[in-house]
Design a protein around this ligand. Structure first.
Ligand code: SAM
Length: 247
């Protein structure tokens, strides 16, 4: 899969994809990431990418011509291009959106700056608008990094067995279970005994219960939205009954 990032600050991406899982995915040929300087798609000596807003008001707006030229050039010949604008006004990014993009061969990511992009880019160029949450950042570069990282983890082969995506929060419809490592005893705090006794069925049961408990407590909305297996449903009902009995 290829990611093409369009930005006015390509240097921001220096180093960020050179570590861990993303680096391994690049080395294994699973992904390719190109960072494209929007100024290379401008006319004129000043390489202007922004201008004052029509109608007045604060800030600058990203001009449409360089963005159209860049995104159309990068997707030339594609029948169904994926051109994503990172925007606080987009649909909120989550694991299922990441999973959808993980099966695409090519995604172009447009990083906005200033007050945002000319609305004609939204209406006639991009195929999706994605927000990474209900807050305003200074630019789309950090959201683009988030997008690339989350999508890459879901590309088959990107995670080793030890890092399987299947167990992670959101993939199962539940938050992840708690993790512990050595030492078993630290400053009087013990790791749960069940994890050290080698009984895999018990460990499995304990993890499922803890994942359900945590999700019920912190993110009950996930449980409502998730399509859970029958055994998960029974376990949730049990956990719910138990917490009602406690009160
Ligand atoms: N005036 C815009 C508004 O109120 O919706 C905010 C513009 S913001 C300062 C500049 C750029 O940062 C946006 O065009 C977008 O690319 C990016 N950005 C800011 N917050 C974001 C978020 N939560 N998710 C995705 N992109 C974001």
């Amino acid at each position: 899969m290829r990611f093409d990032i369009i930005t006015i600050f390509p240097e921001i991406f220096r180093g960020v994809f050179e570590f861990g899982i993303i680096r391994r995915a690049i080395e294994a040929g699973l992904i390719e990431i190109a960072v494209n300087d929007l100024r290379n798609y401008t006319d004129g000596r000043h390489r202007q990418v922004d201008d004052r807003p029509f109608g007045g008001g604060a800030g600058m707006v990203m001009k449409p011509e360089p963005l159209f030229r860049a995104a159309e050039g990068l997707t030339e010949g594609e029948i169904e291009p994926a051109i994503v604008l990172l925007s606080p006004q987009g649909r909120v990014f989550d694991q299922s959106i990441a999973l959808d993009y993980a099966s695409r061969p090519h995604v172009v990511l447009i990083c906005g700056r200033y007050e945002g992009v000319d609305e004609r880019v939204v209406e006639h160029l991009v195929t999706d608008e994605v927000s990474i949450g209900d807050y305003i950042l200074s630019g789309g570069e950090i959201p683009a990094m988030v997008f690339v990282d989350a999508v890459t983890r879901l590309i088959p082969g990107a995670l080793g067995d030890a890092e399987s995506a299947e167990q992670e929060s959101f993939t199962t419809g539940l938050l992840d279970y708690p993790h512990y490592t050595r030492p078993a005893e630290f400053r009087g705090m013990s790791a749960p005994e069940v994890l050290t006794n080698g009984n895999h069925a018990e460990i499995e049961r304990w993890r499922r219960e803890k994942a359900i408990e945590k999700t019920l407590k912190r993110r009950p909305d996930l449980i409502r939205a998730a399509s859970l297996s029958k055994s998960q449903g029974i376990a949730i009902q049990k956990a719910g009954d138990e917490s009602e009995n406690e009160t």
